[in-house]
Design a binder for this molecule. Structure first.
Ligand SMILES: *Cc1c(COP(=O)(O)O)cnc(C)c1O
Length: 360
């Protein structure tokens, strides 16, 4: 038994993987694979409709939001967001909150397209907590405010989202989409690369309020324009059909085990198990501060680089895969996405306790 703690591409639900394997050569009794049929066939169009419906069902997405399957993963949205939104207002202004590396990359990319203002940053404490927006004046003429809901490298998350009034809130939810309940009516645009809680890599699922679509730069490339994805139901050209097929199965799995309400509780229990242990020992130290701690990516340090290397190696020997942290943060990281069962976290805590006892 291997538990995969990789940050992304990440572990997917075993029942979903089994189903893919079972029906790979013969999908819907067609005698061929889902990846061999036309994206314009009625069968595939039905599959995309079902995927949309399942997403709406499990998230409660309001009707005035469009679901788009965009090429290029999460980081393509770092470009598409400003290309589609920044020209809504004459000042071409957007506000960014820097809570980690991905937020920073997004901000640097957006600077190519308009006037970017960083309204808060967590850099002072190396992104160990989410900076507060309390008392921060938000420019009313900004086209949008951008934040990263869960910071995959630094293991922090927004416990609750700021009220941005009339300014559309744009959220990169790549590493926690479907991991907790969210009120989508608060967002202008929410996007997620698909390789963490949704399926295989290469696509982004984008949820956009309809009135925010159709404002792209005049010279925006066709396949970067949200309006094209909306008009063509994400099939202006051939999308990653296999990824959409798997997302559909993941959504169905999530619905059948109890939906987002259930998984949110499960994720909270998993995170608590690990943070409670981390807080009870001096051997390990959690990097994220209470109040900002991610339920998806738990980052922690060991007493030395040498012990870290041994820790990662020995964990892997015991079936606890990919615990090395990101090089920008150092230490270890356990990603506990929706597909990780609580038994995996228990196995990790047991291993950590034993490791600390014998090496501490
Ligand atoms: C993984 C991740 C990304 C990068 O995703 P790509 O699909 O590789 O571009 C961006 N943002 C967040 C928050 C992530 O976790």
């Amino acid at each position: 038994m291997v538990y995969n703690f990789a940050a992304g591409p990440a572990m997917l639900p075993i029942p979903v993987m089994q189903r893919v394997q079972e029906e790979f050569l013969n999908w819907k009794n067609m005698g061929i694979s889902v990846i061999e049929i036309s994206h314009r066939s009625k069968e595939f169009e039905a599959l995309v409709d079902e995927t949309d419906q399942l997403f709406r069902q499990v998230t409660g997405l309001p009707d005035n939001y469009e679901i788009l399957y965009c090429h290029g993963g999460a980081q393509m949205q770092f470009s598409m967001v400003p290309m589609n939104l920044i020209h809504r207002k004459p000042g071409k202004k957007a506000l960014y909150v820097e809570t980690g590396n991905f937020a920073k990359i997004a901000r640097v990319e957006a600077e190519k397209f308009g006037n970017i203002k960083v309204v808060a940053t967590g850099v002072a404490n190396n992104y160990a907590s989410i900076p507060s927006l309390e008392g921060v004046e938000l420019d009313e003429d900004a086209s949008y405010l951008y934040l990263t809901s869960n910071n995959t490298l630094f293991g922090t998350r927004w416990d609750s989202f700021p009220d941005t009034g009339e300014i559309p809130l744009v959220v990169d939810a790549t590493s926690e989409i479907l991991g907790r309940r969210m009120d989508y009516s608060k967002f202008g645009v929410l996007f997620a690369g698909t390789q963490k809680n949704l399926g295989p890599s290469g696509l982004a699922m984008v949820v956009a309020r309809k009135d925010l679509i159709g404002h792209a730069l005049a010279d925006c490339p066709k396949l970067m324009d949200y309006a094209v994805y909306q008009k063509e139901h994400s099939m202006a050209n051939t999308p990653n059909t296999f990824a959409i097929y798997m997302i559909r199965l993941v959504l169905e799995w999530l619905r059948d085990i109890g939906g987002v309400d259930f998984i949110e509780q499960q994720n909270a229990a998993k995170a608590k198990l690990l943070y409670d242990y981390l807080d009870s020992t001096d051997f390990y130290r959690a990097t994220a501060l209470p109040g900002s701690r991610s339920h998806m990516n738990v980052c922690f340090h060991l007493p030395s680089e040498e012990l870290l290397q041994t820790f990662v190696k020995e964990a892997e020997k015991q079936g606890l895969y990919a615990l090395k942290g990101h090089r920008m943060v150092g230490g270890a990281r356990a990603s506990l996405y929706n597909a990780m069962p609580i038994e995996g976290v228990q196995a990790l805590v047991n291993f950590m306790r034993e490791f600390a006892r014998t090496r501490g």
